[in-house]
Ligand binder design. Structure first.
Ligand code: FMN
Length: 177
C-alpha cells in the first residue's frame, strides 16, 4: 500500500520538500500535488503526509492565492501556480481514515505554533487519522528568490526533509511491527 506525500505549492518549494520527504521514506512513498490525486482514493493508502506553504500564519486561502497571483513572473520571479486545489479543500474531501498521518509546511520564519502544518494535523485528526509524528516546518528565504522554481529554500532544508522522511519510515515500521 502506498504512502502519499501530498502537497500544495505555488513556487515549487513545498513540492521540492515533499519529493525529498518521499525519497527519505523510500519506494513506497509518492509525492503528489493536490491536483494529481483524489482525496476519495485515500482509502487505499497506508499513511498520509500532507504539506502546504504558510499563508497568513495558516493554510492558503482563495484570497491569499489571489494576492500571490498578483506577483507576476519576471526575470527575478517564477510565476506562482494558483490553479491547483487548495490543501484545505483537498483535506475536506478525505473520507474517514484510520491511518497514521502527519504534516509539514514551508515558511519564512516563526515558531511552528500557528502555521499550515498545525491546521493540516487538525483536519487529519478530524478525519480519524492518528498522529504519526509532530508536524515539521521547513524554511524559505526570500533573499534567494530567482527565476527558477523551488529557489527560495534555505540551504540544507532538502537534506532535513530527506532525514525527516527516514524518521517517518522508522516510525511506520515500528507501528507495523
Ligand atoms: C499571500 C502570502 C502569505 C504568506 N504568509 C506567510 C506567513 O504568514 N508566514 C510565513 O512564514 N510565510 C508566509 N508566506 C511565505 C510563504 O510561506 C512562501 O511563499 C512559501 O513557503 C513558498 O512555498 P511554495 O513555493 O511551495 O509556494 C506567505 C506567502 C504568500 C504568497
Amino acid at each position: 500500500m502506498a504512502i502519499w506525500v501530498v502537497y500544495e505549492s505555488l513556487w515549487g518549494n513545498t513540492a521540492a520538500i515533499a519529493r525529498a520527504i518521499a525519497e527519505g521514506i523510500g519506494d513506497e512513498a509518492v509525492a503528489v500535488s493536490t491536483a494529481d490525486t483524489d482525496p476519495a482514493d485515500a482509502t487505499s493508502i497506508r499513511a498520509l503526509i500532507a504539506g502546504a506553504p504558510v499563508h497568513g500564519m495558516s493554510l492558503p486561502t482563495s484570497q491569499s492565492l489571489l494576492s500571490a497571483a498578483g506577483k507576476k513572473a519576471d526575470e527575478s520571479h517564477a510565476a506562482p501556480r494558483v490553479d491547483e486545489p487548495l490543501m484545505r479543500t483537498w483535506l475536506e474531501g478525505l473520507p474517514q481514515l484510520d491511518i497514521p498521518a502527519t504534516a509539514f509546511d514551508t515558511r519564512v520564519r516563526g515558531p511552528l505554533g500557528r502555521g499550515a502544518a498545525t491546521a493540516i494535523i487538525r483536519a487529519e485528526s478530524a478525519k480519524g487519522c492518528t498522529l504519526l509524528a509532530q508536524p515539521k516546518g521547513f524554511r524559505v528565504d526570500f533573499r534567494n528568490a530567482g527565476p527558477d522554481e523551488a529557489d527560495l529554500l534555505k540551504d540544507g532544508e532538502l537534506a532535513k526533509a530527506r532525514a525527516w522522511g527516514q524518521q517517518l519510515a522508522t516510525s511506520l515500521a515500528a507501528a507495523a511491527a
